[in-house]
Design a protein around this ligand. Structure first.
Ligand code: XMP
Length: 526
């Protein structure tokens, strides 16, 4: 059975991804296409509804993004949000003008019509005195716009207003075209979820059939069909994405999957053992453990520049992986944990993820070994991958893991990367994680770790003068890793971490806590 789908056309809003996620929360599948997607691509997707996202442009900009105009003739219900609304007005014969006052932030929406879009929204007590024209329902919405609609296009009627926007929502009920000046996808819009839900179910008539269970079944079936009697390799690193990919592919084809775990010498303490422990013991997967640490460390000898470290690790990984994969007979596929945000070909999503993951890019490998890609997570957001992992029975220990960079401890061992320095760093790192977990802070923090600095400082232990290493502790909170705040860890916890590292890790006599946010700092030190 093919699930009902909603298409989101992206005009560059920072909230575009959120729209797709909100739709999916209702168990209806949603995808984002760039605003200029071809009509064929759109029709192929067979959407039951189309949402035009917001965006930073004004419809009067010379380079204003405009979709294929034929999308308005497909007979498919539409919802325009912010810029999407102005586009509908502008392209369908209405009037868009600069707002007298830019409207940004909370606004009180007066609903003037009992349209399906606002169905079930209870009246909200007014926040401001007076101001109401229609006297209908009121609710709080989130606005962010410079232009406003001053004349609705033919066929449309205004269905809500705010103090500054005479047409804060409009509808052409005949064509099932709806438009909102505010953002229903953000949490600040009180009834935003209901409004989107109304669009998806009442207006587009979707059925809520897209669940993780159905996703797993469909995906397993597809993998089986594609792979046939051939074999698949998958590189695992202990991270959430590669682990969930491996488990899902394994569920589909069992031992026709071989996982390769490359120990690059810059992993956390006992990392390989832990990951193997879970995947081998609980899921009975075939895992090839390759200890390539010496190779990696040899290549990194004397290298101080972080970007060189990244390149060396990336290139060497491909080499090792290639050698190992070549030993497996009949391999035709490489399974990879690419997520949806990595593949969205979107005007708004130019985040650093593409470059951050460059070292994972095994493109060269695919060509040389003639492998085809299996990317079962390419339609999912990170939080959905976690739900999927849980549904597959994977333990929290893997699902809730903090992200760990591909170049690993090499970029936390500032300057020279040697076995001795890595050993000091590893021991300190274990203590940081242990104490953070004991304090119950692990799940509130995005990432926490130790950094070994290339400075020595004077100390006194017992009656002796020491001249030893400095460890910096990093802990940040973040939603997506793009921006981050330093975490306000209680002093007692920091105190315990400091005491334990100095007492238990030989070669360290000073601990400092990093209190910088991103930007202007980054999460990693290198
Ligand atoms: P920064 O340090 O740029 O990191 O604030 C943002 C997020 O990306 C991770 N990171 C990397 N991940 N390869 C990766 O796979 C890398 O080279 C890399 N550099 C940083 C970092 O740990 C954080 O989660």
């Amino acid at each position: 059975m093919i699930a009902d789908k909603i298409l989101v056309l992206d005009f560059g809003s920072q909230y575009t991804q959120l729209i797709a996620r909100r739709v999916r929360e209702n168990n209806v599948y949603s995808e984002i296409f760039p605003y200029n997607a071809s009509l064929d691509k759109i029709l192929n997707f067979k959407p039951k509804g189309i949402i035009l996202s917001g965006g930073p442009s004004s419809v009067y900009d010379k380079k204003a993004p405009i979709p294929d105009l034929k999308i308005f003739e497909l007979g498919i219900p539409m919802l325009g949000i912010c810029y999407g609304m102005q586009l509908m007005a502008h392209l369908l014969g209405g009037k868009v003008a600069k707002a007298v006052k830019r409207e940004y932030g909370r606004a009180e929406l007066m609903i003037d019509d009992d349209s399906d879009l606002f169905s079930g929204i209870p009246p909200h007590p007014p926040l401001t005195k007076g101001g109401s024209r229609g006297g209908g329902l009121r609710t709080i919405v989130w606005m962010s716009h410079g232009d406003r609609i001053e004349g609705n296009p033919e066929g449309f009627l205004p269905i809500a207003h705010t103090e500054n926007s005479p047409v804060a929502a409009m509808a052409d009920k005949k064509r099932n075209f709806y438009a909102l000046q505010f953002h229903p996808e953000v949490a600040h819009t009180d009834k935003g979820r209901e409004i989107l839900k109304n669009f998806v179910f009442r207006i587009c008539g979707c059925k809520p059939t897209w669940t993780m269970k159905s996703f797993i079944e469909t995906t397993k079936h597809e993998i089986r069909e594609r792979v046939g009697k051939q074999r698949v390799v998958c590189g695992i690193s202990g991270g959430v994405d590669s682990s969930v990919t491996a488990v899902l592919v394994h569920e589909a084809i069992g031992d026709a999957l071989t996982c390769i775990f490359v120990d690059n010498g810059v992993l956390r303490q006992d990392e390989a053992k832990k990951v193997e422990g879970v995947l081998k013991k609980s899921f009975h997967m075939k895992i090839k453990y390759v200890d390539a640490s010496e190779r990696f460390l040899k290549k990194m000898k004397g290298v101080k520049d972080p970007e060189r470290k990244r390149k060396i690790i990336g290139n060497e990984f491909i080499r090792v992986f290639e050698e190992e994969a070549a030993k497996i007979k009949n391999v035709a596929f490489l399974a990879q944990g690419t997520l949806y945000p990595d593949v969205i070909e979107s005007v708004s999503f130019k985040g650093p993820s593409a470059t951050i993951k460059s070292h994972h890019n095994v493109g060269g490998l695919l060509k040389k070994m003639k492998l085809k890609l299996i990317e079962p997570l390419r339609e999912l957001f990170k939080d959905e991958v976690r739900v999927l992992g849980r549904e597959l029975g994977m333990p929290d220990e893997i699902i809730n893991r903090h992200p760990f960079p591909g170049p690993g401890l090499a970029i936390r061992c500032i300057s020279d990367v040697t076995k001795e320095r890595l050993d000091i760093l590893r021991k300190a790192d274990v203590i940081v994680l242990d104490e953070i977990k004991k304090a119950g802070l692990y799940n509130q923090i995005w990432q926490t770790f130790a950094v070994l600095l290339p400075v020595k400082s004077v100390g006194v232990m017992g009656d002796e003068r020491t001249y030893d290493n400095v460890i910096a502790i990093r802990a940040v909170t973040s939603v997506d890793g793009m921006t981050a705040d330093w975490a306000q860890i209680p002093y007692e916890v920091l105190g315990r971490i400091s005491n334990r590292i100095i007492n238990e890790v030989k070669g360290v006599n000073r601990i400092v806590y990093d209190i910088s946010s991103k930007p202007p700092s980054t999460i990693e030190w290198e």
